[in-house]
Ligand binder design. Structure first.
Ligand SMILES: Cc1cc2nc3c(=O)[nH]c(=O)nc-3n(C[C@H](O)[C@H](O)[C@H](O)COP(=O)(O)OP(=O)(O)OC[C@H]3O[C@@H](n4cnc5c(N)ncnc54)[C@H](O)[C@@H]3O)c2cc1C
Length: 308
């Protein structure tokens, strides 16, 4: 219920104004978002690379309402790809199609994505298209498949909480598309998504078993030690070597687990968000773990920035 409430509050523009203008909450959000500009994100990426992890940079933003905003987002992404190359970083980019204008027009959005994926292809880099709420699943998959027909520098995300995901995976595997598997971060009705966490976890494992032996380089994005241990065991039992897939985790979450996996020789990619539009991303992180909300509330009351 708390998760549902927080995901609902993520849509509130009043709460957004209050949280994003309050100095204490801005500092607390830095636990998940290293900065509002590209420069601190590049610095965070450099540090991750030094620790043996690769990175995906996400310029925060979603549901833009004008073509100008979508074009600005597209330029931020091509700019980020250029900066990654100039700094010789081991990093790619992740983006949301509603940030590139999906609410305005599919064709316009597909064109913005095409420009970003072409730049990534020219730089021998990669673009991951995040998966948003279920209202966008079909259109996201259609646009990704269209982009993938031109370049393999693009992949997408599948959410284990959706009943449809096994079929979507079969479809994407048939065109050789790279997939990031996640549990799913949005509020979805039980008609289309598993309501119980244990069923989402079981489906995550089932889908992971489809992805790993496929011969395509996929990503398992989770902080859940059970999912990770199950994947490690499955890979070992099926002779899938450590360089054939990667784990992905969010910046600032389970950094202990990130380092442990690197020490054990696994590939780890850290998802680093940056930008001014961090409110919905921040609310989804609070919704994922009640302890984060408690930590946030305690520090807000104290007006401090004590780290957990
Ligand atoms: C790299 C990456 C990309 C993602 N991209 C998408 C996407 O495109 N679309 C989408 O719908 N979702 C995306 N997600 C979010 C995902 O769907 C889940 O909401 C999120 O990863 C939490 O699920 P979990 O697998 O970590 O497991 P959970 O069962 O939620 O958590 C397992 C354990 O992980 C730790 N943990 C999890 N979340 C947090 C947190 N916020 N703070 C502190 N500890 C935490 C806790 O120890 C918890 O017990 C992404 C996640 C990652 C890591």
């Amino acid at each position: 219920m708390l998760r549902a409430l927080l995901l609902e509050l993520a849509k509130s523009s009043r709460l957004r104004r209050w949280i994003t203008s309050n100095g204490t909450t801005r500092r607390l959000a830095q636990r998940f978002v290293p900065g509002e500009d590209l420069a601190p994100a590049i610095e965070a990426a450099r540090q991750c690379n030094r620790s043996g992890m690769s990175v995906s940079l996400d310029h925060l933003g979603e549901n833009v309402l004008s073509r100008e905003d979508a074009e600005r987002a597209r330029q931020a992404y091509t700019g980020a790809l250029d900066r990654i190359a100039a700094n010789n970083l081991d990093a790619n980019v992740s983006l949301k199609l509603t940030h590139l204008g999906l609410d305005l027009s599919d064709d316009f959005c597909a064109e913005q994505l095409r420009i970003v994926t072409q730049r990534a292809a020219a730089l021998r880099n990669f673009v991951r298209v995040d998966m948003e709420g279920s209202a966008y699943t079909d259109r996201t998959l259609r646009i990704v498949k269209q982009a993938r027909a031109e370049t393999d520098a693009v992949g997408t995300v599948i959410q284990a909480y959706l009943y449809r995901s096994e079929k979507d995976i079969q479809d994407l595997l048939s065109i050789g598309c790279r997939i990031r598997l996640v549990k799913g971060a949005y509020k979805e009705p039980s008609e289309i998504a598993f309501p119980r966490k244990k069923d989402v976890d079981a489906n995550y494992i089932k889908l992971m078993r489809l992805l790993l032996p496929s011969g395509i380089y996929h990503a398992l994005a989770t902080h859940d030690p059970n999912m990770i241990e199950t994947a490690i065991r499955f890979a070992a039992e099926h002779g899938i070597t450590k360089d054939k897939f990667e784990f992905q985790m969010l910046y600032g979450i389970r950094t202990d687990l990130q380092s442990r996996l690197v020490r054990e020789g696994y590939r780890v990619r850290v998802y680093i968000p940056f930008g001014q539009d961090w409110f919905p991303y921040f609310m989804r992180r609070l919704a994922e773990r009640p302890a984060n909300l408690l930590f946030f509330a305690k520090n807000l009351l104290r007006g401090t920035t004590v780290r957990e």
